[in-house]
Design a protein around this ligand. Structure first.
Ligand code: PLP
Length: 377
């Protein structure tokens, strides 16, 4: 299997699995219990907190473990609104993940207002627009660090300081950015930041919310006093340990992302552009994650290409999401002003450090034939 769908999820690094195994077998203590096994589990969580904090450039006490990116995002939104009961306005972008967009739709149904910032044809935000949209009733500005479909990066530090100066909470969904590009959360205006383990070769169902030590926080889940009273519920010890190890490895490999992984992505992208006519790259090619390429293949339906790729043992993904049985063109492509046809002809290839140059070459050998077959040329 040639796996080029690393923005959907990544394979667990063997070293991550190894780190988790003791906590799925003999080290089964509850981290909140005072017995020896409990203390071992609690220590393991604190070690993981240090590892995740190191990746995010913050202090361990600023990390709250959660069940993943979706929970972290929901917790950030809920906290900002709880702490600002009089403010009923949220600003986000039109190209966020559904983990942000769906809660925003729910807020609107509750009578709150949401401003969704648009992007240009290269998927970039108009920075001046953000400032104009902040109003006295704005409770939260939430902008993703990197887009999951195109890989386009947003200047979150700058946006965070503008929101912070205006006394508004700033959250960033850094689920796709963490482990791929350097992040320094400390000493920024970022109040909250969401990350997820399974996007960086850790296990699924675990993530973290960075809560700036200068920012108040109101928990989403109430119950026991775990996570310093910020997230109730017995912690997922093996998951958190694995996430910690994955974060440590991601930090060690960060340089490789900018060099080796980027070189693989670039070789794939330029190979496709050279060998296949009528292909466009979606999104700005400079301000972009090193591992992602979003390509529109004129005159084809991405779903048909995926089917043939699957038969050839190649895993990629369409730039469109399958919603309630009907194929909806991607909201990201639509926000960039592309036609439904271009959106539906888009495929995303996302690389990881586990891919090789030989795999890229193998995919480049197969893809032109597949596209030609579908185009009937
Ligand atoms: C940008 C972005 N945000 C949030 C999420 C959700 O994260 P999780 O799967 O950990 O809930 C994803 C995962 O697809 C994502 O790509």
């Amino acid at each position: 299997m040639l796996y080029f769908d690393n923005n959907a999820t990544t394979r667990v690094d063997p070293l991550v699995l190894e780190s988790m195994l003791p906590y799925l077998t003999e080290q089964y203590g509850n981290p909140s219990s005072g017995c020896r096994l409990g203390k071992l589990a609690a220590n393991a969580i604190e070690r993981a907190r240090e590892q995740v904090a190191a990746l995010l450039g913050c202090e361990p006490r600023e990390i709250v473990f959660t069940s993943g990116g979706t929970e972290s995002i929901n917790a950030a939104i809920a906290s900002a609104l709880q702490l600002n009961p009089g403010r009923r306005h949220v600003i986000t972008t039109a190209v966020e993940h559904s983990a942000m967009l769906k809660p925003c739709e729910a807020l609107e149904k509750q009578g709150r207002t949401v401003t969704r910032l648009g992007v240009d044809a290269e998927g970039r935000l108009d920075m001046s627009e953000v400032e104009h949209k902040i109003k006295p009733e704005t409770a939260l500005v939430s902008v993703m660090a990197a887009n999951n479909e195109t890989g386009v990066l947003f200047p979150v530090q700058e946006l965070a300081s503008r929101a912070h100066e205006r006394g508004v909470f700033f959250h960033t969904d850094a689920v796709q950015a963490a482990g791929k590009v350097p992040i320094r959360a400390a000493e920024t205006g970022i109040a909250y930041m969401s990350v997820s383990s399974h996007k960086l070769h850790g296990p699924k169902g675990v993530g973290a919310l960075f809560v700036n030590r200068r920012t108040a926080f109101h928990p989403l889940l109430l119950g026991g006093g775990q996570e310093n009273g910020r997230r109730a519920g017995t912690q997922n010890v093996p998951g958190i340990v694995g996430f910690g190890k994955a974060a440590e490895l991601a930090l060690q490999n960060l340089e490789r992302e900018a060099t080796e992984v980027k070189a693989l992505r670039d070789a794939f992208e330029s190979g496709v552009l050279e060998r296949i006519a009528g292909v466009q790259v979606n999104g700005n090619r400079t301000e972009r994650l090193p591992n992602t390429t979003s390509l529109a293949f004129e005159g084809v339906e991405a779903e048909s290409v995926l089917l043939l790729l699957e038969r050839a043992q190649i895993c990629a993904s369409a730039g469109s999401a399958c919603m309630s049985g009907s194929l909806q063109p991607s909201h990201v492509m639509r926000a960039m002003g592309f036609s439904n046809a271009r959106a539906r002809s888009t495929l995303r290839f996302s690389i990881s450090r586990f891919n090789t140059a030989a795999e890229i070459e193998a995919a480049l050998e197969l893809l032109p034939g597949i596209i030609a077959k579908i185009r009937g040329t």
